[in-house]
Design a protein around this ligand. Structure first.
Ligand SMILES: Nc1nc2c(c(=O)[nH]1)N[C@H]1C(S)=C(S)[C@@H](COP(=O)(O)OP(=O)(O)OC[C@H]3O[C@@H](n4cnc5c(=O)[nH]c(N)nc54)[C@H](O)[C@@H]3O)O[C@H]1N2
Ligand SMILES: Nc1nc2c(c(=O)[nH]1)N[C@H]1C(S)=C(S)[C@@H](COP(=O)(O)OP(=O)(O)OC[C@H]3O[C@@H](n4cnc5c(=O)[nH]c(N)nc54)[C@H](O)[C@@H]3O)O[C@H]1N2
Ligand code: SF4
Ligand SMILES: [Mo]
Length: 733
């Protein structure tokens, strides 16, 4: 590990965040020279592949020197990275060399959650799983086995389970992340935004960020474009209870009272309409129910919103004017992790309505139309149809506007046995103890299971409760499903192995094929190996396999992304127009125009707990990574300096946090700062691991998820709020 020391890493990752932010040329990404394959020194092998350290999916070039994985840098041909990776991507090397990686399949011997395992062969593991699955199927039907997953690697396992008869699948990227946003936009414009979100930050003349803290949230291309926007000196408006890094670059910081954003958004709409600073032509041609919308927001004045949000009316007016004057190259960022308070779809719909008022749909500097790339499918046999409804949302009756599986809905069904029992979970690449609020319910649901299989690279929290743990190789050691990306131009990226598996870890496609064989359905994945599968799809699409292997990325044909260059406007809503007033919401008993309700007040002495990201970590998955751990070992709880003084707390001191339900966190250091409202506390989520097997991350910092025992479910689509908890301080003796 010598060449992987922290110093070495810092040299590779030359511009770490703090230093870059202080520099006049603001550049938070790693500035490693993106050496193309041809420039590699002798003895160095380069392999292009795409990153899985987060879901932005940048393509990079891995360098192997003398058989050691040396570095991972951006691929200059890739539209996501543009030749530069973020610190987490660069740090991927650490996930390969992490000595705490899972090494062998494990079967639990003791009680669930007790760390008693037997290492077994893959064949023994599959036999055990197939036997339990067979018994569940015989007693309850195949619908009783569900899969909870995240990431591109889920594909082959999903297909194997579907072919066996499973129908319940969900990823935390919907109900815990961007689901409310995509549904809010779909209710308004007829389509969601998807990932990567097509925000034309590069060309916008005014940008509002609503709790989207670019620069800490390191989604690569957006951060690069945000840094350019800062340099272009356009007006930037940052709405965040916390003085985020983005706020420090902005013309306006609106330190809003948490949970009151809908009041601000409606007041912005009110100003744009009343002052005539909206796109009249767009609204007249494409709007549905505009007059009723105007009537509905009549009382949402800046003066009214000031009372709710704590932002003065003059600032609300001034920022609305900035947005209106720059239209249509004016952008209220739709956000990404929008699961805040449980009314998130309606808040996102208000952002969609602002986009409509600004007329930025399909316009330069607004929300462009993402172009994709068509790649031929592999002829996989179709899974059987089930006559049972999906357990999370039977016949769409529970959450009428959900269009993907709901993780917490599957958990509910497991807990209640309704509409039918769920007895098995396959968990792929998601740590449910972090991703899902209500950890107590997750544990109760696990108690109801006859089989919990966890496929992970690390001894994660959720793996600690598994019956069978299957160790996957990291993304640096495997092929994966093809990535067909959407953006200003479509593209195709290949993931391919850079290094051999250090132990008995296997890739997802292999696990899926072996499992399918054990379940007696080998024909559902009818290829010899994944290279055959990938090669078939690539060549069938008229692309040379060798070229893709060498380049890593192939761009699709250009397509119109703006209305100006020929993209057509059509809206897949019931009215065929942009729905300022939503009849379908009204028909289901919801507000046809978003209506604000004030968030609950904390008990005396308690503070709302909000969360976010650190630039060098992803969720809960990188805290143990030796390189990234070296850059940030634990999280801190941000407390306003005045609040800290009142509570008798000093910066740097350890405290525990206790939530409204009496749950007490691990120790966490206080960051006493002016950079947050006095009535709010903040922490980066993903810390506070409790498994000893994670030697770096073990008991470092506190887990926001552990404190998230209370949550509100969005009635439109099943999303779970993550900012519904209040905490107070417990001082260490
Ligand atoms: N409190 C709180 N909760 C949140 C959020 C928050 O901000 N605060 N954010 C929400 C959001 S936006 C999201 S997208 C979700 C994210 O939720 P998740 O995607 O579940 O994120 P992680 O907690 O990092 O869990 C990932 C797990 O996958 C494992 N893993 C990593 N790489 C691989 C791989 O290649 N193969 C396999 N098999 N396993 C792998 C890791 O070791 C880890 O155990 O969380 C949501 N939950
Ligand atoms: N470094 C890094 N980057 C990432 C990720 C990562 O794990 N690490 N994850 C990626 C993923 S999957 C996602 S979904 C995105 C998520 O990134 P974002 O969508 O930016 O969401 P969060 O990271 O949860 O950050 C929430 C921000 O909102 C602020 N906030 C909290 N409550 C309120 C409120 O009531 N009103 C307002 N206006 N602001 C509030 C917080 O202070 C914080 O700055 O990040 C992506 N990028
Ligand atoms: S943004 Fe960073 S972590 Fe995410 S895919 Fe790109 S380089 Fe990897
Ligand atoms: Mo997310």
């Amino acid at each position: 590990m010598e060449h992987l020391s922290r110093r070495r890493f810092l040299k590779i990752s030359a511009a770490t965040f703090g230093a870059a932010a202080a520099a006049s040329h603001w550049d938070p990404l790693t500035r490693a020279a993106a050496a193309a394959a041809a420039d590699a020194p002798p003895g160095v092998k380069t392999v292009p592949t795409f990153c899985e350290m987060c879901f932005w999916r940048c393509s990079g070039i891995a360098h192997v020197r003398d058989g050691r994985l040396w570095k991972f840098e951006g691929n200059p041909k890739d539209p996501q990275s543009r030749g530069r990776l973020c610190p987490r991507g660069t740090g991927a090397v650490g996930s390969y060399y992490d000595p705490d990686r899972l090494q062998k399949p494990l079967i639990r011997r003791g009680a669930r959650g007790k760390e008693e395992w037997t290492a077994v062969t893959w064949d023994e593991a599959f036999t055990y799983i197939a036997d339990r699955m067979g018994r569940i199927k015989a007693e309850h039907g195949p619908e009783a086995v569900a899969m909870l997953n995240h990431g591109i690697g889920q594909f082959f396992l999903q297909h194997a389970l579907k072919s066996w008869g499973a129908i319940n699948f969900a990823g935390s990227s919907f109900a815990q992340c961007r689901g409310p946003r995509d549904i809010g936009f779909a209710l308004t414009f007829g389509t969601g935004l998807g990932s990567p979100e097509p925000t034309d930050i590069a060309n916008t003349n005014c940008l509002a960020l609503i709790g989207e803290h670019l620069g800490e949230n390191m989604h690569n291309t957006q951060v690069q474009e945000f840094a350019q926007a800062v340099e272009r000196r356009i007006p930037i408006i940052v709405v965040d209870p916390r003085f985020s890094v983005a706020a420090s670059k902005a013309k306006y910081w609106l330190p809003i009272r948490p949970g009151t954003d809908l009041a601000l958004l409606l007041a912005w709409c009110n100003v744009l309409v009343n002052e005539g600073r909206y796109d009249r032509a767009f609204v007249e041609k494409h709007g549905h129910g505009f007059d009723k919308f105007v009537a509905a927001i009549r009382d949402n004045t800046p003066e009214w919103a000031a009372e709710e949000t704590g932002i003065d009316a003059a600032t609300i007016r001034a920022t609305a004017r900035e947005l209106g004057n720059a239209r249509p190259a004016s952008l209220v960022h739709p956000g990404r992790r929008v699961t805040w308070n449980g009314d998130d779809t309606q808040r996102s719909r208000a952002i969609a309505l602002l986009s409509a008022l600004l007329g930025n749909w399909g316009r330069k500097g607004g929300l462009y139309f993402a172009a994709g790339m068509k790649v031929a499918p592999y002829p996989l046999p179709k899974p059987p149809k089930s006559d049972k409804p999906q357990a999370d949302n039977p016949d769409g009756e529970r959450f009428p506007f959900a269009d993907e599986g709901i993780t917490n809905g599957i958990r509910d069904a497991t807990l209640t046995g309704k509409p039918y029992p769920i007895k098995g979970w396959f968990v792929y690449s998601t740590d449910l103890m972090y991703a899902l609020p209500g950890p107590q319910e997750t544990l109760q649901a696990i108690d109801k299971l006859d089989l919990l299989v966890v496929v992970d690279t690390m001894p994660s929290e959720i793996a600690g409760y598994a019956d069978v743990v299957l160790p996957e190789v990291t993304f640096l050691e495997r092929h994966d499903q093809l990535l067909t990306g959407y953006g200003r131009q479509g593209w195709l990226s290949l993931r391919q192995p850079v290094m051999p598996a250090p132990h008995d870890q296997k890739p997802n496609w292999w696990i899926a094929k072996q499992l399918a064989a054990k379940l007696g359905i080998p024909e559902c994945l009818p290829f010899k190996d994944i290279e055959e599968y990938l090669r078939f799809r690539v060549e069938k699409s008229g692309i040379e396999w060798e070229t893709l292997k060498r380049e890593g990325v192939i761009m699709g044909p250009p397509a119109p992304i703006y209305v100006e260059d020929g993209a057509a406007l059509a809206f897949d809503t019931p009215s065929g127009k942009v729905e300022f007033w939503s009849d379908q919401l009204a028909a289901k008993g919801f507000d046809p125009v978003p209506r604000y309700t004030a968030p609950p007040k904390p008990p005396e002495g308690f503070f709302p707990l909000i969360t976010g990201r650190a630039p060098v970590h992803t969720f809960s998955r990188t805290q143990n990574n030796p390189l990234l751990h070296g850059l940030m070992k634990e999280n801190e709880v941000w407390v306003n300096a005045a609040t800290a003084a009142k509570a008798g707390l000093k910066g740097g001191q350890y405290v525990r946090l206790k939530n409204q339900d009496g749950v007490v966190s691990n120790r966490i250091r206080v960051k006493a700062t002016q950079r947050i409202r006095p009535d709010t506390v903040y922490m980066v989520y993903g810390f506070g691991h409790t498994r000893k097997a994670m030697t770096n991350a073990y008991l470092r910092g506190a887990s926001a998820s552990q404190l998230a025992t209370r949550y509100v479910v969005d009635p439109l689509m099943g999303g779970t709020s993550i900012h519904s908890n209040f905490v107070t301080f417990v001082k260490e003796a």
